[in-house]
Design a protein around this ligand. Structure first.
Ligand code: DON
Length: 304
């Protein structure tokens, strides 16, 4: 590739076509500027490249899930976490109310029911506020910056969180966790409301791709085996029902969020992030998916 990376990123963003709709089931999310568009790449040596609205902050939403899963696996060990949450694609929508019929576990930590169960595993004896602070600090270590919460988005989501509450009660009913389901959904919703920009997400993705070491701060956040576990689950479950399309066309571990962010992590090489709020039917950023398709082709990112 001959074009310098910053110009290349602008060209990729300009080449994407918008479509879809901003998520509206969280009332406050429907108020974001839908035309925001940003991309960031973080290399394994910590070099960062950005384009577009790279300083615009937005809520991390489901992109928090792999990082909270990383904290849970780091703190409890993989065997304990696997007893409670599986690693199989669910084949269902991200907020589906389903448990594995044989094991009664959520299928994986990337769908809401599994992410709610994962949230409950982190510091199980802590108060809601303590657990939220622990997760905020943990995700800040991945980003290399102190992340803050968007309490407006959080309370807006909590006002209509009936679906997530029902998922939490379902997991609680089969003994997936012991705490009050209302506090778990309250904490999980705070987790989803952490504010990030594209640059933060690229560093977070590169930390996973860099065997658990933040490449900018040069500090270990999680063990190598934990980062490998998280990337594996992102590979099979990160883009929900579109994970098969994603793996064939882009071919790297990834995670999307209804805030409009997508991260992709190419082990040992690059952490990438794109932000554009309009989503397709599955809940993935429309321009984000297109930008990653270009990255994959132009930079030979596909793992296979
Ligand atoms: O729990 C929810 O529904 C949101 N806080 C997060 C969902 C999400 O980001 C799904 N992603 N595409």
């Amino acid at each position: 590739m001959k074009t310098p990376i910053p110009e290349y990123l602008v060209e990729v963003l300009d080449g994407t076509q918008d479509g879809g709709e901003v998520a509206s089931y969280i009332p406050e999310l429907a108020r974001v500027n839908p035309d925001r568009l940003a991309a960031a790449l973080c290399m394994s040596d910590g070099r960062l490249y950005t384009a577009g609205d790279a300083d615009t902050r937005f809520t991390i939403q489901s992109i928090s899930k792999p990082f909270v899963y990383a904290l849970a696996v780091q703190e409890l060990g993989l065997d304990e976490v696997l007893k409670r949450i599986g690693v199989e694609p669910s084949g269902e929508t991200f907020n589906s109310a389903s448990l594995d019929p044989h094991t009664q576990r959520p299928d994986n930590p990337m769908v809401n029911i599994g992410a709610i169960a994962t949230h409950a595993l982190v510091r199980p004896d802590a108060t809601v506020a303590e657990r939220v602070e622990h997760i905020r600090a943990g995700l800040s270590a991945f980003a290399g910056r102190e992340l803050e919460l968007d309490l407006n988005v959080c309370s807006s989501e909590l006002e209509t969180a009936f679906r997530n509450l029902s998922l939490a009660y379902l997991v609680r009913s089969v003994g997936g966790f012991e705490q009050d389901p209302r506090g778990i959904v309250e904490g999980y919703t705070h987790q989803c409301s952490l504010l990030v920009d594209a640059r933060d997400l690229a560093v977070m993705a590169m930390t996973l791709a860099n065997a658990g070491i933040n490449p900018v701060a040069k500090e270990r956040v999680v063990d190598e085996a934990v980062a490998q576990q998280v990337l594996s689950v992102m590979t099979t479950c990160g883009m929900y029902d579109a994970t098969g399309d994603w793996m064939t066309q882009v071919g790297i571990p990834a995670k999307s969020g209804v805030g409009g962010g997508i991260i992709g992590a190419l082990p040992g090489q690059v952490g990438a992030a794109v932000f554009s709020p309009r989503l397709d039917d599955v809940g993935n950023s429309v321009r984000g998916v297109q930008a990653f398709e270009r990255f994959s082709k132009d930079m030979g990112m596909h793992l296979l």
